[in-house]
Design a protein around this ligand. Structure first.
Ligand SMILES: C[S@@+](CC[C@H](N)C(=O)[O-])C[C@H]1O[C@@H](n2cnc3c(N)ncnc32)[C@H](O)[C@@H]1O
Length: 474
C-alpha cells in the first residue's frame, strides 16, 4: 500500500477513505467539551486500519493496544509540548504516538524488556552511528561463519544455562556471537546502538521460539536489523521537533513521576487471570541477562498463585490497580483525563468487568467517570488467553481528575476498605446470578453456588492479599 506522510498530522496512514476521515476528525484544536463530542462520533472498531507502521513493528508484545486509541486522546486532549504518561506502557504504543505528534511523554513498565523496547522504538539514531553498526555486523557475520568450534566455550558463557535446552548448538553459538558483538559495541561507547541491537536480538529469539526456524539465525537477525533501521529512518524524516521522552523501568504503584505534572494518561493495564507477562518473553529475557524474577514478584494480574481460591486473585488485583490509580491521580494535573483500556476477564465461571471496578474505585480518589466506550477488536488482532478464552472486545474508560486525592498509594487500610467494598458488591451480584462466564463448560449448580462461599473467604483474606508482594509463592 502507498503510504502518505501528512506533516501537520505528523503521522502515517494509508490511502483508505475511512482512515483519512478519522484523521481529519481528530485534527485541529478542540475545547475539552468539543473533544468529548468528537469521541462520540469515532467508529472505535478501526476495522482494517493500518496499525503496524514505523517503529510499532519492532517487537511482538502481548495485549498491546492499537495506536489509534492513544492517538485519538493525544490529538483531542493535549497540545504540542504537553506531557502524556503511560504508567504500564508495554512496548511503548502511547509513547510512539506522542513522539510523532510532538508531545513529551513518560512511559513506565516493570517489565525490563518492555522498557527496553519502548526506549529503542522512541530513540532516533544518527546515520553515522548506523554506518558504524553495520560495519561491526559485517565483521561479525564473517567471524560467525567460521566459529562453530568455540561452541562449548560459548555455551558455558551463556547468561543462563536453561537457554541451552531449547536451541541447538549451532543456533546457540551464533546467538552468543551476536551478543558478544553487541557487548563490544557497548564497550566502545555506543549505548543506543547496544540497546537497538538487543531489541533486534530479542525479536530474533522470539521468532525462533514461536516459529522454530533453521540455523540461519544470523541472517534472521540481520534482516531484523535492516527493517528496524528503515523504521527509524522513516520516523526521523517525519519528526520535525523531537519532544522529551522518558522511559522508566518501575512499578506503577510507586511512580517516579512528579506530582501534578501530567496532561494526559492513556494506559491499558494487565487483565486479572489472563497472562503472566514474564512467561511470554522468558527466553529472550534470559538471553539478554534480564532479571525477570523481580518483575515476576511485582507483576500485576499474574495468575500462578491462589490456585485454591481464584477470587483472592481478584482482591489482590483490585488492590494493585487501586494503588496504581492513586498514583495516576497524584501525577495528573487537575481537570485532565485518565484513560484506561481493559477487557473483561473470567474467574471460576464468573465474569469480571474490570472497567466497572476501575470506574467505581476512581470515584473514591477524585476521578469522575466521563464515559465508557465499548469496542470490538478487529478479528485479526484478537488474542486468546488459556484462562479467559478469546478476548474480542474491550472497554475504554475515560475519567477526569476533578480532585487531588489526599490518600497515599501505600495506605493499606484505605486500600483494604475500598477493595472490601468492591468485593462485597461483587458477592451480592453473584448471589443473585451465578455462572456469568461459562463459555461452553458445564459446571453444576452446586459448584456455582460454592463461588459465593469462595468470595466470602476471599473477603476475609483481603488485608493480607492486598499487601504488596503478599503471597508466599510469588
Ligand atoms: C496490556 S499491557 C500494556 C500494553 C501496552 N498498552 C502496549 O500497547 O504495548 C500491560 C503492561 O503492564 C505491565 N505491568 C504489570 N505489572 C506492572 C507493575 N507493577 N508496574 C508497571 N507495569 C506493570 C506489564 O509488564 C505489561 O507490559
Amino acid at each position: 500500500m502507498k503510504m502518505i506522510y501528512d506533516t501537520k498530522q505528523a503521522t502515517l496512514f494509508g490511502e483508505k477513505t475511512l482512515e483519512r476521515k478519522y484523521l481529519e476528525s481528530i485534527n485541529g484544536e478542540y475545547s475539552f467539551y468539543r473533544g468529548i463530542e468528537v469521541l462520540n462520533k469515532i467508529v472505535w472498531d478501526f476495522k482494517d486500519f493500518t496499525t503496524q507502521y514505523l517503529t510499532h513493528t519492532f517487537h511482538s508484545y502481548p495485549a498491546r493496544f492499537i495506536p489509534q486509541i492513544p492517538l485519538t486522546f493525544i490529538k483531542l486532549f493535549t497540545k504540542e509540548e504537553e506531557t502524556v504518561l503511560d504508567p504500564m506502557c508495554g512496548c511503548g504504543t502511547t509513547l510512539i504516538e506522542a513522539l510523532l505528534n510532538n508531545r513529551n511523554s513518560i512511559g513506565n513498565d516493570f517489565n525490563p524488556l518492555a522498557s527496553l523496547i519502548t526506549k529503542v522504538k522512541t530513540t532516533l539514531i544518527d546515520e553515522n552511528e548506523f554506518r558504524y553498526f553495520n560495519k561491526k555486523l559485517a565483521v561479525m557475520k564473517r567471524y560467525l561463519d567460521m566459529d562453530y568450534r568455540k561452541v562449548d566455550e560459548r555455551i558455558n558463557n551463556l547468561p543462563n544455562r536453561k537457554v541451552s535446552k531449547i536451541f541447538n548448538r549451532v543456533v546457540i553459538s551464533k546467538l552468543e556471537g551476536i551478543r558478544e558483538t553487541l557487548l563490544e559495541i557497548k564497550e566502545e561507547g555506543h549505548n543506543d546502538l547496544f540497546d537497538f541491537g538487543r531489541v533486534a536480538l530479542s525479536s530474533t529469539i522470539w521468532s525462533l521460539v514461536e516459529n522454530g526456524g533453521g540455523i540461519d539465525v544470523d541472517d534472521l537477525f540481520l534482516k531484523k536489523v535492516k527493517s528496524m533501521q528503515n523504521g527509524l529512518k522513516k520516523m526521523d524524516k517525519i519528526i520535525k521537533n523531537i519532544p522529551e521522552v522518558k522511559v522508566i523501568c518501575g512499578d506503577a504503584r510507586k511512580l517516579e513521576v512528579e506530582t501534578n505534572s501530567i496532561d494526559l494518561i492513556v494506559t491499558s493495564p494487565p487483565y486479572v487471570n489472563a497472562l503472566d507477562y514474564y512467561r511470554v518473553h522468558m527466553y529472550n529475557m534470559l538471553w539478554l541477562g534480564m532479571d525477570f524474577d523481580l518483575f515476576r514478584k511485582h507483576e500485576i494480574g499474574g495468575h500462578s498463585h491462589f490456585i485454591a481460591n481464584r477470587f483472592r486473585l481478584l482482591s489482590e488485583y483490585l488492590g494493585d490497580m487501586f494503588r496504581s490509580m492513586i498514583e495516576m491521580n497524584r501525577v495528573l494535573k487537575k481537570d485532565k483525563l485518565c484513560v484506561m483500556v481493559v477487557g473483561n476477564s473470567s474467574l471460576e465461571y464468573e465474569l469480571i468487568e474490570s472497567h466497572k471496578f476501575f470506574g467505581e474505585m476512581g470515584k473514591e480518589i477524585g476521578f469522575k467517570p466521563i464515559k465508557t466506550i465499548f469496542r470490538n477488536i478487529d478479528k485479526t488482532k484478537k488474542y486468546t488467553s488459556a484462562d479467559i478464552g478469546k478476548i474480542d472486545d474491550e472497554y475504554i474508560l475515560v475519567m477526569q481528575k476533578i480532585d487531588n486525592t489526599n490518600v497515599s498509594a501505600r495506605d493499606d487500610n484505605f486500600i483494604c476498605e475500598v477493595v472490601r467494598g468492591q468485593m462485597m458488591k461483587f458477592r451480592e451480584q453473584i448471589k443473585k446470578v451465578q455462572g456469568t462466564s461459562i463459555r461452553g463448560r458445564k459446571p453444576t449448580k452446586e459448584r456455582l453456588l460454592k463461588n459465593i462461599d469462595k468470595i466470602s473467604e476471599a473477603i476475609q483474606t483481603i488485608p493480607q492479599d492486598i499487601k504488596i508482594c503478599s503471597c508466599n509463592n510469588k
